[in-house]
Ligand binder design. Structure first.
Ligand code: LRH
Ligand code: MN
Ligand code: MN
Length: 423
């Protein structure tokens, strides 16, 4: 898919410069008592899952402007995801969305082997109706007033688990759009009780070594109230369901100005931080590229993750973003790198000094300690980790040199643009 010689040629042009930068950074970090090789090893071992739905052009509810070579089905999507991992060595797993990615397990496994990928959390979809579906989710799914609709939604989630088991996944992520659009439309308490009851039935079907991740989101598609609207409700769900139920934090799913890093710290403290959907936003659930608007916030989230790290702490890391004006492969490569960058920067925080400043109420030096780590340009660490893994020093440059997009555009028929949609 991406010829080895393309990556090597691209790296040859950049190798000497990278080594000089890496050595210089190594000296600087050494003076700060930090071993650059240890940071590099941690970055190299840090994988970020790619959302299958991210490799197509997203679009908005107003319009979609597809690019050339759009993936036609899950197997094309896996090809594209394979390219992302080949060039970044940062995205070993793909998160599937069912029924968008429904296929025979044997075929999925064969393609995964061919592309060098594994499968991350499964995602169910009870927020839109599928062709041939018996009952509509127009007025909700797991919290619907009609028990038959709730049963259908539960069945779908159990089917996602079954497929996931066959392909080596270990988690199910449930996000529902259930809510209401008018005051008075829904009874808050009864609606939530119905949700909990249905969620319990999904949890009962969860294999012993699986986790159930519930994802909160403040609004959209429901615009007056949403059943799983914030981390408080999400925490209630996770505690009601049981030990293997945890909360998923999608960075775009909060009100503007909400302190997400603090939510992360709270959930981590009580064993309920299950994972992330990384993206960035300016206004709401914008699904912009990770780190493209507020890289400092991403760093602050990772600062909490490094702080909370310890035995049994294993949040899952996924991207969840939508690309409207860029090549999705390029955006996802850059975004995975941004996640690694925030992680590497967070590893550089002098935690003993920070704790001392916190205890002594030295606000200025405490925040300066974070800033010092954040300001450090860790790109040579990330690039060296990629080079040593046989990936590209500059993934976007290597991707453009490879001609992959033009090649797949020949095989994959052009898709007409038009009205919006998620995928
Ligand atoms: C909802 C969401 C959720 C869905 C995905 C397509 O906004 O973040 O994770 O599964 O988008
Ligand atoms: Mn999400
Ligand atoms: Mn979202």
């Amino acid at each position: 898919m991406i010829d080895k010689t393309i990556i090597e040629a691209s790296n040859d042009d950049r190798d000497a410069g990278l080594r000089a930068d890496y050595d210089a950074l190594g000296e600087q970090l050494d003076r700060r008592g930090i071993d650059i090789a240890a940071i590099k090893a941690k970055v190299a071992g840090f994988g970020i899952a790619v959302p299958s739905w991210g490799v197509g052009t997203g679009g908005t509810r107003f319009a979609r402007f597809p690019g050339p070579g759009e993936p036609r089905h899950v197997f094309d999507k896996l090809d594209d995801c394979g390219v992302i991992h080949r060039l970044t060595a940062a995205t070993p797993r793909v998160s599937l969305h069912i029924p968008w990615d429904d296929a025979a397990p044997a075929d999925l496994l064969a393609k995964a082997e061919e592309t060098g990928l594994g499968f991350d959390a499964m995602n169910s979809n009870t927020f839109s109706d599928q062709p041939g579906q018996a009952l509509s989710y127009k007025f909700g799914s797991l919290s619907h007033t009609d028990p038959a609709v709730r049963a259908q939604a539960v069945e779908h989630n159990l089917a996602c688990i079954e497929l996931g088991q066959a392909i080596g996944s270990k988690a199910l992520t449930v996000w529902v759009g259930d809510g209401s659009n008018f005051p008075g439309q829904a009874h808050f308490a009864r609606q939530f009780d119905r949700y909990l009851d249905a969620a319990r039935r999904i949890y009962a079907g969860l294999p012993e070594d699986w986790r159930l991740l519930t994802e909160h989101k403040m609004y959209e598609p429901a615009f007056y109230s949403t059943v799983v609207q914030d981390w408080g409700t999400n925490y209630l769900i996770a505690t009601e369901l049981g030990e293997r139920a945890q909360c998923l934090v999608d960075l775009g799913h909060h009100a503007p100005n909400v302190n997400i890093e603090m939510i992360v710290a709270r959930l981590a403290r009580f064993g309920k931080l299950g994972g992330f959907h990384f993206n960035d936003s300016k206004y709401g659930d914008d699904d912009l590229d990770t780190g493209s608007i507020d890289p400092y916030r991403l760093f602050l989230v990772f600062n909490e993750l490094v702080e909370a790290d310890g035995p049994g702490f294993e949040p899952m890391h996924m991207l969840d973003q939508s690309h409207n004006v860029t090549d999705p492969i390029e955006s996802l490569m850059v975004s995975a790198t941004e996640v690694q960058r925030a992680y590497a920067q967070a590893l550089l925080v002098d935690r003993a000094a920070l704790a001392g400043f916190q205890e002594g109420n030295d606000a200025l030096m405490a925040t300066a300690t974070l800033k010092r780590a954040f300001r450090t340009d860790v790109e040579p660490i990330l690039a060296m980790a990629r080079l040593e893994a046989g990936a590209a020093i500059d993934p976007v440059a290597a991707f453009r040199a490879s001609g992959y997009r033009a090649r797949v555009a020949e095989a994959r028929p052009a898709v007409a643009g038009g009205s919006g949609g998620i995928v």
